[in-house]
Design a binder for this molecule. Structure first.
Ligand code: UT7
Length: 324
C-alpha cells in the first residue's frame, strides 16, 4: 500500500504586498526584483490572525473537502513548519483540532524548505508500513515574521501560506520513491536563530531580535548544482527517464533558479510550473500550494508522472518521484 493524493488544499493570506510596496521601505525596485527573481507580489499574513496554525488548519480543511473525507477518518497528521506560532503543542495537534481528527497520531517535522517533502515521505512510510491509512500532510510557513525588513537582499523574497494534501492508502499505487540529503558544511549561508536564544546580558546583541540570515549567492549556487544532481540520482536509482516526467514541481524560490535547473536537466521549461510570481517564496508551503493551483486549473491529471524537488537551510535538499 502507498498513499494516493486524493485531496489538495491551500490557504494564502488576504493581504498582497507588491514590489512597489517594498520599494517604499527598502532601496529596491519592481524591475530589480522581477529581473533577479521573477517575483511580482507575495501574500503577507496578518500576524495576529493568520498564524501558521490557522493557515495550516484552513489548508487541511480545504484538502479534506476536496477529498470528500471527514476529519474523523484521518489517522495521521504530519506538519512541516519552521515558523510555528507555538513551540508546543505541535502544529499537527492544532490541525487535528481544526479538522476534528480526534485521536489520530500528530507530529511536526522541520527540514526547512524541503520539510514538506520530508513530511510527505514520513507519512508515506507510515502508510507503506501499515501504520496508517489516511494521512494529512501539511506545510505552513510565516517567514515574514522572521525576515529583517531592512535587508533588501532577503526581505523581497518571501511570502506566507499553507498547503495540504490528503493521502489515502491504495494498493494500485507504485511505491513512493525519494532521496533526501543534507550537509552542515555550509549551514551558515541560511539560518535563523530562535528568538529565545539565551544570551548573556553583557554580550553584544542582548535583547536584539534575531532574524533570518542568508547569503543569497551561495544558496543560489547550491540550488542550481544540487537539485539537478539529485533529480538525476533519483532517475538512475528508480530507473525512469527524465523525458517521461510530465511535471517538475520545484520549490518556488526564484524563477532564475528554476530556469537554470530546467536547462541543466535538458527539459522544456513548460514542464516546470511556477506560482512564485504571485506568492514569492513560501518555504515549506511552496510545493503543496503549487499542487493545489495546478489541481484547480486542471493541469494535474490522474496517471501523470511527477518529480518534486526542494532545497533549503541545513543545507537540505530532496527529490521525489510519484504518479498522481
Ligand atoms: O528557500 C531558499 C531561500 N533562498 C533563496 O532561494 C535565495 C537564492 N538566491 C537568490 O535568489 C539571489 O541570490 C538573490 C535574489 C537573493 C539576489 O540576487 P543576486 O543576483 O544573487 O544579487 P546579489 O546578491 O549578487 O547582489 C547584486 C547587487 C548588489 O549590489 P552591488 O554590490 O553589486 O552594488 C546588491 O547589493 O544587487 C544589490 N541588491 C539589490 N538591489 C536592489 C541586493 N538586493 C537588492 C534589491 N534591490 N532587493
Amino acid at each position: 500500500m502507498t498513499g494516493r493524493i486524493v485531496g489538495i488544499g491551500s490557504y494564502l493570506p488576504e493581504r498582497i504586498v507588491t514590489n512597489d510596496d517594498l520599494a517604499k521601505i527598502v532601496e529596491t525596485s519592481d524591475e530589480w526584483i522581477q529581473e533577479r527573481t521573477g517575483i511580482k507580489s507575495r501574500h503577507v499574513s496578518d500576524p495576529l490572525v493568520e498564524k501558521p496554525s490557522m493557515m495550516a488548519g484552513e489548508a487541511a480543511k480545504r484538502a479534506l473537502a476536496d477529498a470528500g473525507i471527514d476529519g474523523s477518518e484521518i489517522d495521521l497528521i504530519v506538519v512541516s513548519c519552521t515558523t510555528p506560532d507555538l513551540l508546543f503543542p505541535s502544529m499537527a495537534c492544532c490541525v487535528q483540532k481544526a479538522v476534528g481528527a480526534e485521536g489520530c497520531g500528530c507530529f511536526d517535522v522541520n527540514s526547512a524548505c524541503p520539510g514538506w517533502l520530508a513530511a510527505f515521505n514520513t507519512a508515506q512510510s507510515f502508510i507503506e508500513s501499515g501504520n496508517c491509512k489516511k494521512a494529512l500532510v501539511v506545510g505552513a510557513e510565516c517567514l515574514t515574521n522572521f525576515v529583517d525588513w531592512t535587508d533588501r537582499g532577503s526581505c523581497i523574497l518571501f511570502g506566507d501560506g499553507a498547503g495540504a494534501v490528503v493521502l489515502s492508502a491504495d494498493e494500485t499505487m507504485p511505491k513512493n520513491k525519494f532521496i533526501m540529503h543534507a550537509t552542515s558544511v555550509k549551514a551558515d549561508c541560511l539560518y535563523c536563530e530562535s528568538r529565545m536564544q539565551p544570551k548573556r546580558w553583557e554580550e553584544e546583541g542582548f535583547l536584539d531580535n534575531t532574524y533570518f540570515r542568508m547569503a543569497g549567492r551561495d544558496v543560489f549556487r547550491f540550488a542550481v548544482t544540487e537539485v539537478p544532481k539529485v533529480i538525476n540520482e533519483l532517475s538512475e536509482k528508480y530507473e525512469f527517464s527524465l523525458d517521461e516526467v510530465d511535471y517538475y514541481i520545484l520549490h518556488q524560490a526564484n524563477a532564475r533558479i528554476i530556469e537554470t535547473i530546467a536547462k541543466r536537466l535538458g527539459q522544456d521549461l513548460e514542464k516546470f510550473p511556477m506560482t512564485l510570481f504571485e506568492t514569492g517564496n513560501t518555504s515549506t508551503a511552496s510545493i503543496p500550494t503549487l499542487l493545489d493551483t495546478m489541481k484547480k486549473d486542471g493541469r494535474l491529471k490522474k496517471g501523470q508522472k511527477i518529480v518534486m524537488s526542494s532545497f533549503g537551510a541545513g543545507l537540505t535538499w530532496a527529490a521525489n518521484y510519484f504518479e498522481i
